[in-house]
Design a protein around this ligand. Structure first.
Ligand code: SAH
Ligand code: SF4
Ligand code: F3S
Length: 460
């Protein structure tokens, strides 16, 4: 019979127990918060196996790169890093080098690793996350290379997680994506949508709040289709309402919302739940209906604006942020002008913008593209300049208000702290580092184009 995860963990522990000092593990995650959440689970399993954690690959007995495939530069960084790790392994030939995450689900990457990166001993996909103890056990027992690029299963529940923060926790509510936006690799590397059962999510959040976590970030590629694959009728707005009932002082955030599924029901739930952030990340990608259609986004600019207008009719200055792709194949100057017009109209508090990156295997990779890289770069510069203007202007609306801020860390300036308010803005103010991890009220007195500044009003 196949051993359980815990049996493999004990197996590794007993192999390692002969060592004088506890061996170290280095896990580096790239990409989105879902991947960082997987990274925390990898660390949790490694720690149970008896490894201590280290921030540096030098001196580690096991190094794992938990990779992202969303854009080419993400992949380039990983291959660059592998070069350095090869060098570390020369000094410590016993080191186990692993690559997991989204790149491990790309056939061409696995082939490349198998052919040209013989020092990579361990390759496993996100769906095979809980196979780590088994794979490490096999390697320590003499196997040369352990590979599991497994099926897109529902990841195991209850994996111990070594969280990076003691007050901010991310909680995946679903995995995979069914949308197949034509530019995007995610559905190919993460498989179809699989929702976690609501009671598992609710009990996890309850436990986290009990432990003192102050921010719960719900994660999914499209949280609005949460529950579509479950038998019971549960929707994302209902999940939000149930989580809002949990007693305690904490804030609920979530990402990402797909505009095709974000409507009145979501907004009503957000506004009725006092623990839910006063911020919506609503990735639009582009302000041209022709491009949106070719992206297979399944909404129009008008439909998107309906959601924005409904939200703003309820709360006129509600904070909205977005993602924009610049230079989708054959994006015309007119299409791009539509994007500039849209961002001017919505008045986003922040945008995350990316130059289109061709991903092999996706539909857009087959599309003709006559736009030069230079033109794409120049559009990006114009987009960023306009957004800077908008942010500088819009952030002034907070001056004079008192915002409730979760203190996240030390600011750039000496004696200053940095945190985030319900509207998801960065807030900077003077204060003592003992406040990190707690909520404070900050009276806003100034704004920059990336943050608002102020001073503590009173400590809660
Ligand atoms: N599921 C989320 C997004 C996940 S990827 C959503 O649909 O909102 C995060 C962002 O990366 C996307 O919103 C998109 O703006 C960007 N992105 C995805 N694929 C890309 C590509 N091939 N080139 C450039 N940007 C891309
Ligand atoms: Fe990619 Fe679209 Fe799915 Fe987001 S919704 S992960 S952009 S395919
Ligand atoms: Fe990247 Fe995979 Fe997330 S491709 S953005 S790490 S789901």
């Amino acid at each position: 019979m196949e051993k359980t995860i815990n049996e493999y963990i004990s197996g590794v522990r007993s192999i390692l127990s002969g060592k004088d000092s506890p061996p170290l593990a280095h896990v580096r995650s790239y990409g989105c918060q879902l991947n960082f959440s997987d990274g925390e689970k990898l660390k949790g399993m490694l720690s149970k196996m008896g490894f201590g954690m280290t921030d540096a690959p030098e001196g580690a007995e096991i190094v794992i790169l938990n990779t992202c495939a969303v854009r080419e530069n993400a992949e380039d960084r990983v291959f660059g890093n592998l070069g350095f790790i090869k060098h570390c392994k020369k000094k410590n030939p016993g080191m186990i080098v692993g690559l997991c995450g989204c790149m491990a689900s790309e056939e061409h990457v696995v082939k490349k690793l198998e052919k040209s990166y013989p020092f990579v001993d361990l390759i496993f996909s996100s769906s095979a996350l809980d196979k780590l103890p088994k794979l490490v056990y096999e390697l320590l027992s003499g196997k040369k290379r352990a590979v599991d690029t497994g099926e897109y299963n529902m990841p195991a529940e209850g994996l111990e997680q070594l969280r990076d923060s003691s007050f901010k926790a991310s909680v995946p509510i679903m995995f995979g994506c069914n949308n197949f936006c034509t530019y995007c690799i995610v559905p190919y590397v993460r498989g179809r949508e699989r929702s976690r059962r609501p009671e598992m999510i609710i009990s996890e959040v309850r436990e986290l709040v009990k432990k003192g976590y102050k921010e719960i970030m719900l994660l999914g590629q499209n949280v609005n289709s949460y529950g579509n694959d479950l038998e019971e009728s549960v929707t994302f707005p209902r999940l939000l309402r149930a989580l809002n009932e949990i007693e305690g002082d904490f804030i609920i955030r979530f990402m990402s919302s797909h505009p095709k599924d974000a409507g009145k029901e979501l907004i009503d739930a957000m506004l009725e739940c006092e623990k839910v952030e006063r911020h919506l990340h609503l990735p639009v990608q582009c302000g041209s209906n022709d491009v949106l259609n070719r992206m297979n986004r399944r909404y129009t600019v008008e439909k998107y604006m309906e959601t924005v207008n409904y939200l703003r009719s309820r709360v006129p200055d509600f904070s909205i942020t977005t993602d924009i792709i610049v230079g989708f194949p054959n994006e015309t100057e007119e299409d791009f002008a539509g994007t500039l017009k849209l961002i001017d109209e919505v008045k986003y508090d922040n945008i995350f913008s990316f130059i289109y990156s061709k991903r092999s295997g996706t539909k857009a990779a087959e599309m003709e593209d006559l736009i030069s890289d230079e033109e794409k770069g120049s559009r990006m510069t114009r987009l960023l300049a306009l957004q800077r203007e908008i942010t500088t202007r819009e952030f002034k609306r907070f001056i004079g208000r008192t915002l409730r801020v979760l203190v996240e860390g030390i600011g750039k300036q000496e004696g200053f702290l940095t945190g985030k308010c319900s509207e998801a803005l960065i807030v900077e103010f003077e204060g003592d580092s003992s406040l990190i991890g707690s909520f404070v009220n900050v009276k806003i007195t100034g704004s920059k184009n990336w943050a608002v500044t102020g001073h503590i009003d009173q400590i809660n």
